[in-house]
Design a protein around this ligand. Structure first.
Ligand SMILES: [Zn+2]
Length: 165
C-alpha cells in the first residue's frame, strides 16, 4: 500500500484541512503533517499576519502623534515660536527642535558646566531661528555643538553671498 498523499490536519486554530503532501517524499509526510498540526491554517495565518501589519501601522501613527503632542507642549512651555516651512516640514522641525534642545540641555547644563543663565541665552538665540529646515538639518548634530551652530546661524557679520564680493 502506498503512503497516503492527502493528510487530514487538525490545525492549532481549530480548523480542519485535508492537505495534499504529494510534493514531499513519502518518508517525510508524517513528520510534516505533525508540524502542520502545530500551525494555524493558511486562512488564519494570512488573517493574523494582516492584523499584525495593521497593528504595526496604527502603533507607528500613535507613537508619532504622541511625540508630536509632547513636542508641541514643550514648545509652548518654553515659549518657542511657531516654525516656518512646508506643511510636512513644520511638524518635523518642531520635533527636531525639541530633541536638539533637550539633548543640548542634558549635555551642557546637567552633565556639563553651562549655567542656567548661559542656557537662557542659548534658548533665546534658538527662539530666533524659525526655519524648520534648519532644525531638521541639526537633528544628528552632537548635543554640545548647539551653541556654535546657533552662533553660526545668527551671525550677522557673516559675509553676504555675493559672487562679486
Ligand atoms: Zn484556521
Amino acid at each position: 500500500m502506498a503512503v497516503k498523499t492527502i493528510w487530514p490536519i487538525d490545525h492549532s486554530c481549530g480548523h480542519h484541512a485535508d492537505r495534499d503532501l504529494s510534493a514531499r517524499p513519502a518518508d517525510r509526510r508524517a513528520g510534516f503533517a505533525e508540524w502542520l498540526a502545530t500551525q494555524e491554517c493558511t486562512a488564519c495565518w494570512r488573517a493574523s499576519k494582516e492584523a499584525d501589519e495593521q497593528d504595526k501601522a496604527a502603533w507607528l501613527d500613535t507613537k508619532r502623534a504622541e511625540e508630536q503632542a509632547a513636542s508641541d507642549t514643550w514648545s509652548q512651555q518654553y515659549r518657542m515660536p511657531p516654525l516656518e516651512g512646508t506643511e510636512r516640514a513644520v511638524p518635523w522641525g518642531v520635533r527636531c527642535r525639541h530633541q536638539v534642545l533637550a539633548s543640548a540641555y542634558t549635555a551642557l547644563v546637567i552633565e556639563g558646566d553651562t549655567s542656567e543663565a548661559e542656557w537662557e541665552e542659548i534658548e533665546q538665540s534658538a527662539r530666533t531661528i524659525t526655519r524648520s529646515g534648519w532644525w531638521i538639518d541639526q537633528r544628528s548634530s552632537a548635543p554640545d555643538d548647539l551653541p556654535e551652530l546657533l552662533q553660526a546661524a545668527t551671525d550677522t557679520d557673516r559675509p553676504t553671498e555675493n559672487p562679486y564680493f
